[in-house]
Design a protein around this ligand. Sequence first.
Ligand SMILES: CSCCC(=O)/C(O)=C/O
Ligand SMILES: [Fe+2]
Ligand code: NI
Length: 527
Amino acid sequence: MDVGVSSAKSILEKPLKLLTEEDISQLTREDCRKFLKEKGMRRPSWNKSQAIQQVLSLKALFEPGDDSGAGILRKILVSHPGNPSRVTTTPIEPSNEVGAGGRIPFQEDEGPCHRRDSPRSAEFSGGSSGQFVAEKDSCKTVSPRSPAETSAPVGQMTIFYSGKVNVYDNVPPEKARSIMHFAANPIDLPETGIFPSSRMVSKPMTKEKMVEHPHYGLEKANASRDSDVEGQANRKVSLQRYLEKRKDRRFSKTKKAPGVASSGLEMFLNRQPRMNAAAYSQNLSLTGDPHESSENQTKSPNLSVDLNSDLNSEDEKESGHNGEDDVNKNTVMGESVKDAREEVIEAWYMDDSEEDQRLPHHKDPKEFISLDKLAELGVLSWKLDADNYETDEELKKIREARGYSYMDFCEVCPEKLPNYETKVKSFFEEHLHTDEEIRYCVAGSGYFDVRDRNEAWIRVWVKKGAMIVLPAGIYHRFTVDSENYIKALRLFVGEPVWTPYNRPHDHLPARKEYVDNFVNKAVDASA
Ligand SMILES: CSCCC(=O)/C(O)=C/O
Ligand SMILES: [Fe+2]
Ligand code: NI
């Protein structure tokens, strides 16, 4: 008998309130996906953290009894005015408590090689918080749990989240509204009480602070509860303990063991699919061509200390991508919903030509790939407001959620980058890093090429406003495009390590972990 399977099954069958941190840490992605599929979710996440989060959310919402997540949600349910048949999340208001004095000293120097940029998209994208569209009777503003509602017919609910579509059958209106509320308040996740509220005071996110204040955000979240919460107390305490431990681990000097899955922090704070950045690199030999040296970058030392305190048409012509390809479209009741990220990020399979690396290198015919497909390779993306990155609440939320405590700029152009030619060549050597590579394009554009599961090159065109995360261990390379200019914000968890390990570096734990999580498991699952 497969002990692992049966123990996972018994864990998943446990009521949510009895789940312990040990239980959760034993779950594998496949356990969760299986469970979710059995519960009717058609496309559970491929990401372990997110799959676990989906399991917990599902259990919270569907477990009967007063201590269900729906019970908690019911307490804080708000009516959604406006169109009763659809609710889309709106950007969370910026925190008023963030003082101007605490602003990040970003350097605004545009540089001599600043090229013309694509027109700015004024509209905020739901990239970081995901876009939720719920259908059917899910958003009627009926008072909670009225008798009529209890006997109301159940229906199907479709949730568009982070570009993914999940369809749930037999959803009562009450639960649907709970989910709607959950969607509209992405930071105040009611089940765990661990989320910093968008309205709470913004606190510095230095390593010390993160360890020192493990209950960051608890007060505000807890304030929205009352005695109904009692039934959840055990589970909450257990989960908090789990999160605190993981958070401490994440920011401690201790190296993370190879193969350890994503941290609890990201499991609960993150609504984007994500793989963790394992910090192995300190003890690994530098066998690659370090294309990085911090003196060559426009580093802003203050940024590494505390960043949280305060925090087209021409392009389409060039790519031949008019944004109307079916592959990048979501559909709600037959209506197409475009992923806002596509305004600033496009991805396609590359041809094999040896021509100038700065050319688009499309196949003939062009073969685009959706951002969801990229996420399945661990490549995450957001669209952000690059004109206001200093004060952007969305960026701040992403950084808080993912622990990106460090930032600096990297400007790639002959005038700004010493040893420009060598560097550009080195960026384009196929390599991997033992941590995530996080780049936020605030001006210009460039190509990040990543290998897919079959070793084919996918070219990811990143333009102003695009933030991209390449997971640790993925083979990739970078080049500017024919405009020859990019200014990118580089982010990192803790002290940055930029070492590139040129291919082959398959023995590195980060590579093995990447292959296990994003190549082998996907292949196993599809077999
Ligand atoms: C646009 S940032 C420069 C490229 C880089 O840092 C890197 O590591 C590419 O793989
Ligand atoms: Fe890199
Ligand atoms: Ni690099």
